[in-house]
Design a protein around this ligand. Structure first.
Ligand code: CA
Length: 405
């Protein structure tokens, strides 16, 4: 039997999927359980599961996810049973299991398109207050549609991949002319993202009632941002190079089924939304989120404690809106929530909000101050949900910042 500690992110209730490799072997599909990875390809090769070996021998989850929710759900349920049986055939083959610390993780999906929403009312209000008018922070469209933009899929990177401070064009305070230099306002954004598991043909739409069928699972998402580049470039078409240099994700994709016990109601939407965005049931999830900053001296400072349940717009609304014009979405597409802020100051999901645009430096316990990130800083995000003895976690997304090249 696999021994799982009470605080493990990867309990029997979770069983997230990812792509891993061991020394000298090709990347393939695995399942996280406790401190271990179950080699799903090896399980299929032994004939224990009735799915094609090719599907789990791929360097991404796309082909596995494309089998459809009926199949992936069944695989998860069967594994859940087997892993709890002491006399299970799985345990007769100890070479099916590896320690997580001994394997290399890879990007879990090949992301075709990446969309970033802007769905936290607290975040949108904070940003609107800073950049525009505190008394009129939300733009007129905000409560009527889940605002979003098309991001860059090629620079989605795995947790543990370091980034270099990006350079770009910005307008220094009070200057008449822009300059090109490394960003002085490098920031993180605490987000979660969902991965699409089913495609809709071009010209068709996905209703809020159908949307969950199209969502395979979720990861933690850090949407890196260069605030000075963003401020200069974003009018009128929205974020471009201030966001496209990197976005970091956690390696394990938590299936939507694992989040079932943690459903909650979201904030009441007033005014009422248009019919195509209306939905029934609990469509938010209570997921605790934290961000820690490790300064170059090695000391870790807790920065943020937020919760995914605060989201004003939920995933089924995001997906219904995304496809409402007949846009086809595809397996492996990634849709991020937007920065997840709450009402209290320690729940703000970016340094832009925590330091209020750089006006209120954060005083850290080692005597350092931060408005934005410095070279050598490391940002680590964690997420978990817990209820009635069931705990599932997302692992970690951690990234260190190096000086501009
Ligand atoms: Ca974002």
């Amino acid at each position: 039997m696999i021994n799982i500690t009470a605080h493990s992110d990867f309990s029997i209730h979770n069983l997230p999927f990812g792509i891993f490799s061991t020394k000298g072997s090709a990347p393939r599909v695995g399942v996280a359980i406790g401190e271990h990875v179950l080699d799903l390809k090896a399980v299929v090769d032994l004939g224990f599961l009735n799915i094609s070996p090719e599907v789990v021998a791929q360097p991404s989850l796309n082909a596995f996810i494309a089998l459809g929710k009926q199949t992936t759900k069944t695989v998860r349920q069967v594994l859940q049973q087997w892993l709890q049986q002491e006399d299970s055939l799985l345990y007769a083959h100890p070479n099916l299991f590896y320690l997580q610390k001994e394997v290399k993780m890879h990007l879990p999906v090949e992301v075709g398109d990446y969309t970033d929403f802007y769905s936290s009312i607290e975040h949108a209000t904070n940003v609107g207050s800073m950049f525009r008018d505190p008394n009129n922070a939300l733009l007129p469209n905000w409560k009527h549609l889940p605002v979003g933009y098309h991001g860059r899929a090629s620079s989605i990177i795995l947790s543990g991949t370091d980034i270099y401070r990006p350079k770009g064009q910005l307008l220094p305070e009070g200057a008449a002319q822009p300059v090109f230099q490394p960003t002085a306002k490098l920031d993180f954004e605490l987000e979660m993202a969902f991965i699409v598991g089913k495609e809709n043909p071009l010209g068709t739409t996905i209703s809020t009632a159908q949307a969950e069928e199209y969502i395979f699972g979720m990861v933690l998402f850090n949407d890196w941002s260069a605030r000075d580049l963003q401020k200069w470039e974003y009018v009128p078409l929205g974020p471009f190079l201030a966001k496209s240099f990197a976005s970091s994700i956690s390696p394990w994709v938590v299936p939507l089924e694992a989040l079932e016990p943690f459903r909650v109601n979201g904030p009441k939407q007033v005014p009422a939304v248009l019919p195509y965005l209306q939905f029934e049931g609990k469509k938010n999830y209570a997921i605790e989120l934290t961000v820690g900053l490790q300064t170059p001296d090695g000391i870790t400072h807790p920065l943020v404690q937020s919760n995914y349940r605060y989201m004003y717009w939920n995933m089924v609304q995001q997906l219904a809106h995304h496809s409402s014009n007949g846009c086809n979405i595809r397996v492996g597409d990634m849709m991020a929530s937007g920065t997840i802020s709450g009402k209290t100051k320690n729940s703000f999901g970016s340094l832009l909000e925590l330091s209020w645009g750089g006006k209120r430096p954060l005083k850290l316990k080692n005597g350092m101050e931060r408005c934005f990130l410095e070279d050598g800083d490391r940002i680590s995000m964690h997420a978990f949900a817990e209820k009635e003895g069931k705990r599932i976690g997302f692992g970690e997304v951690t990234t260190k910042i190096y000086p501009a090249l």
